[in-house]
Write a protein that binds this ligand. Structure first.
Ligand SMILES: Cc1ncc(COP(=O)(O)O)c(C=O)c1O
Length: 382
């Protein structure tokens, strides 16, 4: 078995040992239910409040201005379904883009199909960038919510979020950004920098635990709940709080977000090295933009091949990468992001390398050395 080379940090990152250590007492000692009135519960409640205050200080938000969730998917679902439903009397138009994560796009599909909303999907340019002018022109008098991601998970394009948010603010429209891939990769000052009313964050993308995230909700916005059955999170998200996950999320936020744990000065030259090799291979086309891209992310398409063959070929060399949208019934769906770039023919042949903290020069050199053979084999179908 070859050694493992993990180039899939946009999918998830390993739990940091210090974050794990911070979580352990909450799995062993402080296991009470924060809603219980006895002293075991009250202790858990006090520790939950402490974690919430710590997150609030870190984000530059009030403790009441975010809801802990089970991750990015729930944060996006709550932000979009909850806000659209809360504002439905004001207007029925919603705006998003064609390159959002499925946990965003499928909420909009649902709202259009079952809740009577109309959805405008903004296009992107060949770099996967959303235009501020396009948004200005798309906004209607009945638009109540705009949701545009901060950075794209498949090709790494960073969006002009604060400018997009400013358009919404001027028009009095609620703005949500899915910042799941952005946190831990770009420098963070405070939550106000997005110009957004709602921001989704997810811990396992920056060495925190899986199943832990939050959605920032600028006061006085009140999305309708999407989970019912209890008064948790100020009546806004029912379900016993996952205290170990919350503590892990907050610890990883504080440790890895202000100065991003994805170190651009280390990762950019490594991604450039890979790009130089990819650029010389027959049939390969880089789709990650040269500028305004997450520095750890390098994506390309391979003419005459497909995602399954490419992933299998890389895996045989021990290399973990990713290819477009998730696997369904043993086949990879063509990437909706690559399709949105206008590259229909190669949308089923995306390779995404996403590098991270543990990536070494040696690993990159190894991948550079085997890549021509892996690609050629995948093109020949063997
Ligand atoms: C941009 C983006 N949004 C949302 C999510 C969903 O996060 P999770 O699967 O952890 O709920 C992901 C996960 O890959 C993502 O990349």
């Amino acid at each position: 078995m070859p050694r493992t080379i993990y180039f899939d940090y946009n999918a998830t990152t390993p739990l940091d040992p210090a974050v794990r250590a911070a979580m352990l007492p909450f799995l062993e000692e402080f296991w009470g239910n924060p809603s219980s009135v006895h002293h075991v519960g009250r202790k858990a409640r006090a520790l939950l409040d402490e974690a919430r205050n710590r997150a609030a200080t870190f984000l530059g938000a009030k403790p009441s201005e975010f809801i802990f969730t089970s991750g990015g998917t729930e944060a996006n679902n709550l932000a979009i379904l909850g806000t659209a439903r809360a504002l439905k009397a004001k207007g029925k138009n919603l705006i998003t883009s064609s390159i959002e994560h499925p946990s965003v796009l499928q909420c909009f599909d649902y709202l259009e199909k079952y809740d009577g909303f109309s959805v405008t999907k903004l296009p992107v340019n060949v770099e996967g960038r959303i235009s501020v002018d396009d948004l200005s022109q798309a906004v209607r008098s009945d638009t109540v919510l705009v949701s545009l991601m901060a950075a794209n998970n498949e090709i790494g394009t960073i969006q002009p979020v604060s400018e997009l948010g400013a358009v919404c603010r001027r028009r009095g429209i609620v703005f949500h950004t899915d910042a799941v891939q952005w946190f831990g990769k770009e420098p963070f000052e405070n939550i106000g920098q997005f110009n957004a009313d709602l921001v989704s964050i997810c811990a396992h993308k920056f060495h925190g635990p899986k199943g832990a995230g939050l959605v920032y909700i600028k006061s006085p916005l009140h999305p309708s709940p999407i989970l019912f059955g209890g008064g948790h999170e100020n009546e806004r998200r029912a379900g016993t709080e996952n205290l170990p996950a919350v503590v892990g999320l907050v610890e990883s936020l504080v440790k890895f977000v202000k100065n991003p744990v994805f170190d651009g000065t280390k990762l950019k030259p490594l991604a450039d090295k890979l790009a130089a090799v990819v650029g010389k291979l027959d049939g390969c086309e880089l789709v990650s933009p040269k500028n305004g891209c997450l520095k750890n992310t390098l994506s390309f398409t391979v003419q005459g091949s497909d995602g399954i063959a490419l992933m299998a070929g890389l895996d045989m060399e021990g290399i973990c990468a990713s290819s477009g949208s998730a696997c369904s019934a043993g086949s990879l769906e063509p990437s909706h992001v690559v399709q949105s770039l206008g590259k229909m023919k190669t949308a089923n042949s995306l390779v995404r390398f996403s590098l991270g903290r543990e990536t070494t020069v040696d690993e990159v050199d190894f991948v550079c050395s085997v890549l021509p053979t892996v690609i050629r084999r995948a093109q020949l179908g063997r």
